[in-house]
Design a protein around this ligand. Sequence first.
Ligand code: NAD
Length: 531
Amino acid sequence: MGTARTQFADKSVPASSYVESIDPSTGESIARFESCAPGGVPAIFDRARAAQREWAARPIRERAAALRRVRDAIFDSRDEIAGIISRETGKPRVEAVFAEVILALDTADFLARRAPKWLRAERVPHHNIAVKTKSGWLEYEPLGIVAIISPWNYPFAIPMAQIIPAVAAGNAVVLKPSELTPWTGALIGEIAARAKLPENLVQIVQGGAEIGGALIDAAPGKVFFTGSVETGRKIAEACAAKLIPSVLELGGKDAMIVLADADLEIASSAAVWGSFMNCGQACLSVERVYVEQSIAARFTALCVVKTKKLRLGPPSDPDAEVGPMIRPRQLERVERQLQDAIARGAKILTGGDRRPELGANFFEPAVVTDVDRSMELMRDETFGPVLAIRPVASAAEAVAMANDSPFSLSASVWTRDTAAARKIASQLRAGSVMINDVASYYGISEAPHGGRGSSGWGRTHSRFGFLEMVHVKYVDIDHLPRIAKSWWYGYSAELAAAADRFVETLFAPNWKRRMAALRGSCGVVFRRDRI
Ligand code: NAD
């Protein structure tokens, strides 16, 4: 399964034919993988098509059993998976387990139980008396080949949460992992093999943008893209040109609203974790904190104290809480945003410096105040360890500021007043809102994930994400097959009059009028003039 092969330090391979896994904490190459030539993609799709036909014909019980084998293979390989993810992304091992391994395990477990029910044909009762002589039902058909193009920041959880529903629904998958995390991508292929999924059902193609483009050129049934807004736009355009449907999971600028009655100890811990987990490189990172004026000073002070306590280090250090950023260009982006913010009056209360003595790409988590919307830091995705705090006069002002963004992925509200929190949640423009927690809904298999605007479209996770993996087909059966239908040819003035009465019988605003029209409408049913 999969096309990747580890080639440690094999310098004989030409640079254009491999992708390299680089340890972000040292900047050194740790593995190499053969990349796929764009010209090789059609053959990969041919193999996927053949595997998919055979797979879709299997009973759903068998496919659910395969999901349980995927779950067990992940469980058995959990140490190896967490180790490779940490090594390749720089994230602490604890985060690799909580946010990636557990999520994939639960997705497999959840869908092994739910997918058979969700794929069962479903009766569609007709409410309209005019069509009561028919029965309808829904069938859920696979899309064929699902192309998945993934980012590097959650290189296991994100593709697994798409591959598992895709195969459960009877599809084949071609996954292109990020070129920054090819090792985890290759491991996904190995997990599929360890779970004894049929050959070529889940294929991994390694490479960069050109291979992602080649997947779309090969016309899959659907494209699931997770990544930046900029690339998402290109994917959407490429898909539109071929009328290929897509799900786009793009960036975020998540707001956290802290009301005056919130538990500040807990809320400040959440803000620090929410901003700095995965070194701030999460689509669900807390990027803007709006805190009520009366508690802003205390809340900010707590955030500063807690940020200063964080231990920076590589994932090989089990006590390290914040790892390196993925690559120098990500650091440069964060520095650029901070410099722009400072030039416009922002203050850095702690952090914001590179820490080269710790290794490559280390950056001290920063707490920033005196921020406003004139700053790029408060408008564009930062995708780095910056906690930006802005006092607000009221909850209403916090909601207005939170909604003043092209992004709308997720948000959180912090208060002891559940009724107030629910009211605010319904006013927020976001795909999800957490009350008194951040980001963790992503690990709840029942919870849909996705945004709108610059955060993309479509959903992953949950039943809604599952339904993105199927065609919904409506089938209808007529129970009076020997009777020609009232609306067929043989039109006449008589039929037109009967049709008017029929409309009145069904939709007149009161029963008296409906009953009065009933007799006249019988001409629609008992027609002598059909051809
Ligand atoms: P990216 O857009 O640079 O790359 C994502 C993937 O797209 C990679 O596999 C890349 O090789 C591929 N790609 C790049 N150009 C392409 C092209 N022209 N055609 C086809 N494929 C192409 O994103 P990234 O840096 O890997 O990830 C970070 C971004 O992802 C952030 O903006 C983050 O918010 C977002 N993200 C969103 C979610 C979510 O669920 N909404 C989750 C994780 C990350």
